[in-house]
Write a protein that binds this ligand. Sequence first.
Ligand code: R5P
Length: 292
Amino acid sequence: MIIGGSASQSLAAEVAKQLDEKLCTVEIKKFPDGEKYFRIKDEIPEDEKVVIIQSTGYPQDENMMELFFILDTLSDMNIEDITVVSPYLGYSRQERRFKEVECISAKATAKLIQSMGVKHLISINLHEESICDLYDIPVDNLSAMPSIAEYIRNNHDDKKPVILAPDKGAENFAKEIAEILDTDYDYLEKVRLSPEVVKTKTKSISVENRSVIIVDDIISTGGTIVNAIDILKKQGAKKVDVVCVHPVLVGDAILKISAAGASSVKATNTLISEVASISVGKTIADHLKTLQ
Ligand code: R5P
C-alpha cells in the first residue's frame, strides 16, 4: 500500500502504478487557523507493508508535521512495516555544527522520524551522504542521475554535450551523467592568479563552441548557476542548459538563471515545481521492488 503525502501526490500515484500497488485514499485538509488534519480512509491490514511518499521541502515544518501525522495514524492502526520515501529530505542542509551550540537540524529530524516507527528511509541525492549516519535505521540514498541522463538523451539536440558541475562538490553528478551518455564532463574551479586575482574556469575541458549542460543537486537562490553561466559564456560556450535534482528555486531564481542566458532550466519531481519535467518515479519504484 502506498500513501502519498500532499507534497508528493503525483509521484506517489506514479510509483503505485509502476508497482501495481494500491494507492491509499486519505483526507488531508487545513483548519482555518492553518493546522493540518489527516485521516486514512481505507482499511489497512495490520501486516500490510506500507510505503509513505512525502517530500519535506518548503513549507518544511508543515510537510514534516504531515509526515508525523501519517506515521502516528499508522501506529494507531498497529501497522509495523513502514518505509518512508522522502525524495527531498528537509532540514538536511545543517548536518553538522558550524558554530557552538547550534541545533543540528538534520539530526533533530532524524531522531523524530525514527522515533515514530519508521523501519526504512529512502531519499534522493541527500545533501551529504553522512546524513545516513544520523539514523539507526537503514537509509538508502538513491541517485536521480540515471533519470536525468535519460531525459537529456531523449530531449537534448546535441548528443555529446559537456556535462558541467558548477563546483568540485557536484563533480560526481556530472561524471555519473556523462558516463551514461558517453560524453565529456568537467567542473568549475577557482584558480588564484595572483594574491588579488581569483579566476573561475573549467578544470580541464574547453567549452568553446560546445553545448554545455550544468548539473547540480540543488538550485536554491540560483546564485551558483548564474555565476557558472557567466563563466561559460565568457569561455565561448555555444548553448547552456541547466538541470538539477531538487528545484528549491527560491523567489525569482528561474528568472535570474534565464536572464543569465540559460536556454532551459529543468529538474526532477522530488519537489513540486513548474520546471520538474524529469520523474524519479521509476528510480523509487525499481528500488522498492528490490526491498520486497
Ligand atoms: C551546494 O552545496 C549545493 O550543491 C548547491 O550548489 C547550492 O545549494 C546552490 O545554492 P544557490 O542556488 O543558492 O546558489
